[in-house]
Design a protein around this ligand. Sequence first.
Ligand code: SAM
Ligand code: SF4
Ligand code: SF4
Length: 341
Amino acid sequence: MDMPQAITDKRQRPLRDLRLSVTDRCNFRCVYCMPKEVYGAKFHFLPRHDLLSFDELERVVRLFAPLGVEKIRLTGGEPLLRQNVEQLVRQLAAVPGISDIAMTTNGYFLSRDKAKALKDAGLHRITVSLDALDDATFGSINDVGAPVERVLSAIRSASAAGLTPVKINMVVKRGVNDKAVIAMARHFRFTGHILRFIEYMDVGNTNGWRLDDVVPASEILRQIQTHWDVEPIASHHTGEVARRFRYRDGGGEFGIISSVSQPFCQSCGRIRLSPEGRLYTCLFGSEGYDLRALIRDGNLSDPAVSEALSALWGRRTDQYSLERTSQTSPHSKVEMSHIGG
Ligand code: SAM
Ligand code: SF4
Ligand code: SF4
């Protein structure tokens, strides 16, 4: 068989990024992601044997690379709950064609040693999520009483390990932490870290999303502009989701991810793999495509799997955010904590 070629979907979008959700479990219960009422003691998380193994994940990445995938992001659930995840990083870093491996984490388990182990294994970048700087607000969001200092310490660990620049994700939800925008901006100015404000999204069906809860990017930017003089900066590459800005006084860079108010479907080259091996060509997908059935149960050869992956991307027309209305869609959608954002 000929070598597989970089592929494009029905809207001419190339495949670039693969996001691996390595566990559906999390030690937080963020109200916009894993509300306690749903993810309580009775919730059935995936049994271990359902998760793709590190070798299976490595194989998937090896098959995706020739189709155009250069970047991998490990997410979850909480990826640091996956035992020995640095071993997975090491395996993926050795795959030819993969130039960038990143992780998104809530930071709770990111000690100095863990950050160093991840860096040594080949992790390039890390994003730590933090939604406020005061324990009352942050605790009301993570809903397990996790303190801010623990996450700030994780950011210091990442920085000390050289996983720089560290990115910080802040989901802004109206009436919950919109008052924390300025404090967060002030805290991370002049640190070299890049704070990214994220519009609250209607991922999944459990978070009770309403358009009124979304603080649009324009409003976040206006808030910041009342305190500092800022200017836009060019994106690094096509398909970058954050609009980038810098403080004119040299305070550094920040980003705003306007997934709701200004969707970026036209350049979306992301594919997502759930912990049990279902592929989603859109964050707002329902069923996904059962890749595990091909690689584990069907025992297909590499060329046959590669062909199936090309065909899946070739059929893709997704642009959910461009078509979103003010209501969350009634169709059954995969949950954020399952697919990882
Ligand atoms: N547990 C890790 C963490 O929180 O960083 C990784 C998984 S989490 C699902 C990935 C990112 O999605 C986090 O930055 C989180 O804040 C964000 N997120 C979760 N639910 C969201 C929502 N409804 N809208 C926008 N972002 C959301
Ligand atoms: Fe866990 Fe991350 Fe979801 Fe919060 S956003 S509940 S930390 S997976
Ligand atoms: Fe990509 Fe779907 Fe998000 Fe649009 S809605 S940017 S297609 S993941």
